[in-house]
Ligand binder design. Structure first.
Ligand SMILES: [Zn+2]
Length: 201
């Protein structure tokens, strides 16, 4: 197994959906690959952290809203199958969280770059550099992890850069907050904040 195949399996494993031979193959890869092992540990910790939080009281209406936002199970699985059958695709589009079907993230397995946002068609990704070109608008939030973010255009939501660099051109316009996170610990707190914020919208 290579790293491109391992990534979706890690997500499936943390979702509790991974069994049998896939699980065995993932274990073997994690033993032999330090990068994936580190990523796995980080995701696992974040996952555990979020699970440890006290239950949030959610109204029935909100639950219904969240549930209706879930991608159908079949659709989600076919994405996983697509990614697994096309390991040559170096930028794989996967659903970031189960909560928001429309919130997508893009992974570049070669550089470990991750880009998350609800509106990614106006973002240009080259290697580990993510550019919002001049004259383009990203509607909503944008999160870039382990990459170089260059903004020449507009972002209508919040901008978050994790373990990366940020370059705002004079033409850049960010309507929300700009946050840079660089330590593993603050990343966990950022995730916790994201989780809590999710229910307060
Ligand atoms: Zn690997």
């Amino acid at each position: 197994m290579n790293c491109k195949e391992a990534l979706p399996l890690i997500h499936e494993y943390l979702d509790g959906d991974l069994q049998g031979s896939d699980s065995q193959r993932l274990k073997e890869h994690l033993i032999s690959c330090q990068a994936c092992h580190a990523l796995f540990r980080q995701l696992e910790k974040t996952d555990a952290m979020v699970r440890m939080l006290p239950p949030v009281r959610v109204s029935d209406t909100l639950t219904a809203q969240i549930m209706s936002g879930l991608p159908p199970v079949k659709k989600r699985n076919s994405w996983m199958v697509f990614i697994r059958r096309h390991p040559a695709v170096s930028v794989a589009v996967v659903f970031a969280t189960v909560m928001f079907g429309s919130f997508m993230s893009m992974w570049n397995d070669d550089t470990n770059l991750m880009v998350k946002g609800s509106n990614l068609q106006d973002v240009v990704i080259e290697g580990d550099t993510v550019t919002v070109p001049q004259g383009h608008t990203v509607k909503g939030d944008l999160v870039v992890q382990r990459g170089k973010l260059k903004v020449e255009g507009e972002v209508t939501g919040n901008l978050t850069v994790i373990d990366g660099s940020l370059n705002l051109a004079s033409t850049a316009h960010i309507s929300g907050h700009v946050t840079q996170v660089n330590e593993a610990l603050s990343w966990v707190w950022y995730k916790v904040g994201e989780y809590v914020g999710m229910f307060s919208h």
